[in-house]
Write a protein that binds this ligand. Structure first.
Ligand code: FAD
Ligand code: N01
Length: 542
């Protein structure tokens, strides 16, 4: 039990330091308090909400249904809160998270406008020393990184960007006040999930919108709309069952795991067509993936579903040349995040929208009055960058995290993230990651995955306290086994081959490693439960 490398615990300022006050940090704080721990949350923003605090761009909303993209830990909360739409807008999700912060009296333990700059494990004292950009130095037995998978936006580094005389906006740092684009010539760079939400909104306001597309993406209609009270009531009457299905599912949504999945290619074409038409009419990206899970592994299945979506694009977009440009051709469906939209493809039928193909005519530079590609200059008043994130590891690498022997996390992960279950990393005792790399995280309804991690971590800390164990650390062999398993599962799919942020391809110099765990939310949960049931198998306790 006694690890000679660590002396008995000293008193700390808090039992737990939590970095980040999004869905993860808020629930972690609540859960730890309930378990009798003291905890402090540090949040860089001046409000809680994380993703939903920062991403205020027009059209921002989630792609999981509101009744599912919400906490399940409090039956009273889930009954009381009324969602207005099938897919809630950013302000509604932010209001929800603020309600949670107030309802559970969380704010008194959250320090806003406080960025954690360093977290060093002091081996002698067996505690974490945490530093912030406000000059605070605090100690905690445990450090929980709730820093978000998609919280560090890429900064626009286009040549000439600093000379642009118009207004520039980064979608992930959108201003609080309304941005009036009426009468403006607006350029949007990017056609990922964010841009696909922004573009229809901007097109309605701007005098002219030019979309600069490098890679066409697959998008599925949301079929969003009001969530009628009666429908919400019906769902809430049997909420536990719905939540349980999500918890045991592949992607954290209430689509049960098929008992004996049929291969998509074996389904008679007429039947498959009917299923796809029904799903298309119902809307929802996750339901499409969940209905034909082998599309991410079987090229033939993928080709069938991808062609179905392309047909829909061609049928929607009137100009055949524009339609063809919008048809994804560089990657299999679902190997970049499948997008969810409201009138995205329809937007290209508007007279005030132009699509520019950056593969044919790359951006050369941003000029004082617009953007120049290899064949034209586009005069612009406003530029919107929807160019994505340094995902999965960006926010963690933004902190000087040091474990045993002063080992920097950045160095330990130089060849790609190394974790056990995506929850912990060898050499970094008493540090936990919420939805860390190599957990289902971004390949799931993240609220379901966040709740699972938070509960596992809080239970683990309670167990250690009860057993009088001061230190927990992922063992090197267990970590190596998990990293290999994550890679094996990914390599059985089409995802690692595609250039996406899942593999870090969007950030120059990042090691190419597929980061989410694709084994499914339900099976992953079971593995975590088994690890705990076996006395935290694969961890060294001391
Ligand atoms: P975040 O919400 O990212 O919160 C992390 C917080 O940590 C941030 O507030 C950040 O400021 C803070 N932080 C980071 N580093 C530091 C530091 N060093 N010091 C102090 N504070 C720090 N997921 C879905 O499942 N469905 C969706 O529909 C969906 N839509 C999304 C839409 C957008 C635009 C984006 C960007 C992401 C979306 N996601 C979606 C993923 C989303 O990030 C998660 O669902 C969820 O909100 C993550 O919560 P979190 O608390 O883990 O992280
Ligand atoms: O970022 P992205 P995002 N020159 O990386 C282009 C979640 N999310 O913010 O594909 C030209 O997907 C880039 O082009 P390419 C969701 O998990 C969810 O849109 O690299 N173009 C791409 O088109 C999502 O996956 C929701 O060729 C450049 C775009 O910018 C994740 O967040 C909503 C470029 C970036 O797309 C990230 O989505 C929003 C360059 N130099 C976000 N650099 C919903 O749930 C980048 N691009 C609804």
């Amino acid at each position: 039990m006694n690890d000679p490398r660590i002396t008995p615990p000293q008193a700390t300022d808090f039992d737990v330091a939590i970095v980040g006050a999004g869905f993860a940090g808020l629930y972690m704080l609540h859960r730890l308090r309930e378990a009798g721990f003291t905890a402090r949350v540090y949040e860089a923003g001046d409000g809680v909400g994380g993703t939903w605090y920062w991403n205020r761009y027009p059209g921002a909303r989630c792609d999981i249904e509101s009744v599912d993209y919400s906490y399940s830990f409090s039956p009273e909360l889930e009954q009381d809160w009324q969602w207005s739409e099938r897919y809630p807008r950013q302000p509604e999700i932010l209001a929800y998270l603020n309600h949670v912060a107030d309802r559970f009296d969380l704010r008194r333990d959250i320090e806003l406008q406080t960025r954690v700059t360093a977290a060093h494990f002091d081996e002698q004292a067996g505690l974490w020393r945490v530093e912030t950009d406000r000059g605070q130095h605090v100690t905690a037995r445990y450090c929980v990184m709730a820093t978000g998978c998609l919280s560090l936006p890429k900064q626009p580094d286009f040549p000439g960007v600093e000379r642009f005389a118009g207004d520039c906006y980064l979608t992930a740092a959108w201003p609080r006040q309304d941005v009036d684009l009426t009468g403006k010539r607006v350029g949007v760079i990017g056609t990922g999930s964010t841009a696909i939400q922004v573009i229809p909104q901007v097109a309605r306001q701007a005098a002219h919108l030019t979309v600069f597309q490098r890679t066409a993406n697959f998008s599925v209609p949301a079929r969003n709309g009001p969530l009628p009270a009666a429908e919400q009531q019906r769902i809430k009457a049997d909420y536990r069952a719905r939540r349980d299905i999500s918890r045991d599912s592949l992607f954290g949504v209430p689509v049960p795991m098929p008992a004996a999945p049929r291969r998509t290619r074996d389904i008679p074409p007429a039947e498959l067509r009917q299923t796809l038409e029904t799903l298309w009419a119902q809307g929802g990206a996750m339901s499409l993936l969940a209905a034909a899970p082998d599309v991410i592994a079987d090229p033939e299945a993928n080709a069938i579903v991808a062609e179905f979506v392309r047909e829909k694009i061609r049928a929607t977009v009137k100009d055949p040349k524009v339609a063809e440009l919008l048809c994804p051709s560089t990657h299999p469906l679902g190997t970049k995040r499948l997008c969810l939209d409201t009138e995205y493809y329809e937007t290209y039928n508007r007279d005030n929208v132009t699509l520019v193909d950056l593969r044919a005519t790359p951006i050369e530079r941003i000029t004082e009055h617009g953007l120049r590609t290899s064949d034209a200059e586009y005069p612009l008043d406003v530029l919107i960058f929807a160019t994505g994130f340094d995902a999965m590891t960006g926010a963690l690498n933004g902190i000087d995290i040091r474990g045993r022997g002063g080992l920097a996390l950045k160095q330990a992960w130089a060849q790609g993230p190394q974790t056990y279950l995506g929850l912990a990393s060898t050499g970094f005792p008493n540090m936990f990651l919420i939805t860390g790399p190599q957990s289902p995280s971004v390949f799931s309804n993240m609220v379901v995955s966040i709740e699972q991690h938070v509960e596992w971590i809080a239970d683990c800390m309670a167990y250690l306290r009860q057993q009088g164990i001061a230190c927990i650390e992922a063992s090197a062999p267990a970590q190596a086994g998990w990293v290999a398993h994550v890679a094996d599962v990914a390599n059985g799919t089409l995802l690692p081959q595609t250039d996406s942020w899942y593999v870090g391809a969007n950030v120059p110099g990042k090691p190419r490693v597929f980061t989410p765990y694709l084994g499914g939310v339900g099976p992953y949960r079971q593995q975590c439960q088994q690890v705990a049931a076996k006395g935290y198998e694969g961890f060294e306790l001391g």
